[in-house]
Design a protein around this ligand. Structure first.
Ligand code: TMP
Length: 195
C-alpha cells in the first residue's frame, strides 16, 4: 500500500469532525492527496444503520454489530483500499475501534466484536480524542441527538471502553477538552510521525 490510513475515534461530539477537516486541509496544503470519510457510511448497510440510530427501526445489538461490520467491508473495498493503492491519505472518522467501544458498551463480548472485524486492515495510526462525557454534551440540544447520544450513561461507558481498549491496542490518546489549536497541533505531530 502506498498511502496512509488514519482513523479518528472518540465519543459522540468529541470534536472528531472538526479535527478531521482541519487535518485534511493541512495535509492538502502540504501537497498530499487526502480522502476524508466516515462510518457509518452512506452505503446500503450504512443507511439501515442510520435508520436504527434515529429509532425508526429496532435492531438487536448483535445484528447491529454485524451491520456495522458489513458496512465496513463495503467501505474498505469501495473506498479505503482503492484510495490507499492510489497513494492517498485516508482519514476515517470512526472505524473498527468504534465497534469495539460502542458495541462492547452495549453488552457484546469484545472478542466476538474483534472476530467479526478481523478482515479489516489495521490503520497506520488510530487517534482517540478523549473528552469527558459532560463536556462533550454540554452544548447539545436534545432534539439534535440520536438514540445513542441521548443515553449519557451509554456514552460514559463508551468512553471507559475506549480508554481501556486504547491501552490494549496502544492507540494514541489526545486530550480533546483543550483549546482547538492545541489539540490540532498534537494531532499533526502524530500524523507527521507516520508520513
Ligand atoms: P456519528 O455520530 O459519528 O456519525 O456515528 C453514529 C453513531 O454510530 C455513533 O453514536 C457511534 C455509532 N457507531 C457504533 O456504535 N459502532 C460503529 O462501529 C460505528 C462506526 C459507529
Amino acid at each position: 500500500m502506498k498511502g496512509k490510513f488514519i482513523s479518528i475515534e472518540g465519543i459522540d461530539r468529541c470534536g472528531k469532525s472538526t479535527h478531521a477537516k482541519l487535518l485534511g486541509r493541512w495535509l492538502r496544503s502540504q501537497g498530499y492527496e487526502v480522502v476524508l470519510t466516515d462510518e457509518p457510511t452512506d452505503g446500503a448497510m450504512g443507511r439501515v444503520i442510520k435508520r436504527a440510530l434515529k429509532g425508526e427501526i429496532k435492531v438487536p445489538t448483535d445484528i447491529e454489530a454485524l451491520l456495522f461490520a458489513a458496512d465496513r467491508v463495503q467501505h474498505i473495498s469501495n473506498l479505503i483500499l482503492p484510495a490507499l493503492k492510489d497513494g492517498k491519505i485516508v482519514i476515517s472518522e470512526r472505524y473498527v475501534h468504534s465497534s469495539l467501544a460502542y458495541q462492547s458498551a452495549r453488552g457484546l463480548p469484545l472478542d466476538w466484536i474483534r472476530k467479526i472485524n478481523k478482515y479489516a486492515p489495521r490503520p497506520d495510526l488510530t487517534i482517540l480524542i478523549d473528552v469527558p462525557t459532560r463536556a462533550a454534551f454540554s452544548r447539545a440540544r436534545s432534539s439534535e441527538l440520536d438514540e445513542f447520544e441521548k443515553n449519557i450513561a451509554l456514552q460514559e461507558s463508551v468512553r471507559r471502553s475506549y480508554l481501556r481498549i486504547a491501552k490494549q491496542d496502544r492507540l494514541k490518546v489526545v486530550k480533546g477538552s483543550r483549546p482547538r489549536d492545541e489539540v490540532q497541533a498534537d494531532l499533526r505531530k502524530l500524523v507527521s510521525a507516520v508520513l
